[in-house]
Design a protein around this ligand. Structure first.
Ligand code: NAG
Ligand code: NAG
Ligand code: NAG
Ligand code: NAG
Length: 222
């Protein structure tokens, strides 16, 4: 498999943003982590810039929001899973590796998905297909641009109160966790999901403390 420099950069950035991971004892629920490409792409050299949020991953976490892994679990066979063409197209649309390719070839993202699995997915307790399909289904059920827009928060380069982002998300999906680049550029929005990977829930008080944004957050345009 060809792993490009860009992919390495994606993996590198992804590693430094993830925090410590432990093994999968203590699994409690999931984090549905979505990146805002215009800010994510300030940290890596992107070859593709979607104008909507994309999945970073669906991370099994313990009750304090620490990512879990289980190194004895096999990596999903993505080559085999991608023989399902519609699954491949959904993964390419919602879970792309932005640094790897400007085209729409799901096979080019396998290195990224493998990394995400090893670092943030392996501690999840379900079958591979259930887990991956759940990630896509949950991503599709969350429309951050719409619910933020409903509260007058648009990706137009302006800055808004952090509480505005939180309130807009809280009312529809539950309390989120926000991550910023340089403390003020909206980079990632995490919504919490129950332990069955079915329903969106509020992130708890303890895990919400991992937010690193200031009181005023800029929402750069696509
Ligand atoms: C997980 O970590 C705990 C605490 O460090 C340890 O007791 C346990 O054996 C580990 N389990 C696996 C499967 O590695
Ligand atoms: C969650 O994981 C972190 C990091 O490994 C650990 O320090 C903490 O004790 C864990 N919390 C629970 C409730 O298992
Ligand atoms: C880790 O994965 C292995 C292989 O699937 C499994 O047998 C084991 O129970 C898992 N460990 C934990 C702590 O769930
Ligand atoms: C193929 O993928 C689609 C979209 O994810 C899914 O709805 C369908 O159940 C999958 N088909 C099989 C045979 O797994």
């Amino acid at each position: 498999m060809n792993i490009t420099f860009f992919l390495y950069m994606v993996l590198f950035i992804s590693c430094i943003s993830s925090g410590a991971a432990q093994n999968n004892s203590g699994f409690d629920h999931f984090w549905l982590v979505q990146s805002w490409p215009p800010v994510y792409c300030q940290q890596i050299n992107c070859r593709r810039r979607p104008s909507d949020f994309v999945l970073h991953g669906l991370w099994p976490v313990n009750s304090t929001g620490h990512s879990l892994k289980n190194s004895s679990k096999d990596i999903p066979n993505f080559y085999s899973l991608l023989r399902n063409h519609s699954f491949g197209m959904e993964m390419d649309e919602h879970w792309p590796s932005l640094g790897t390719t400007d085209g729409h070839d799901p096979f080019k993202h396998i290195g990224f998905w493998t990394h995400e699995w090893e670092e943030h997915g392996s501690g999840q307790p379900y079958a591979d297909t259930y887990y991956l399909q759940a990630a896509i289904r949950l991503r599709k059920s969350v429309n951050l641009l719409r619910i933020l827009g409903n509260q007058g928060i648009y990706p137009n380069g302006r800055s808004y109160w952090e509480t505005g982002y939180i309130d807009a998300t809280k009312h529809v999906y539950g309390y989120p966790i926000l991550k910023c680049y340089k403390g003020y550029l909206l980079k990632e929005v995490t919504i919490c999901v129950d332990g069955q990977a079915r329903n969106l829930i509020s992130c708890n008080h303890e895990e919400r403390r991992s937010t690193n944004c200031r009181n005023i957050i800029t929402f750069p345009p696509p």
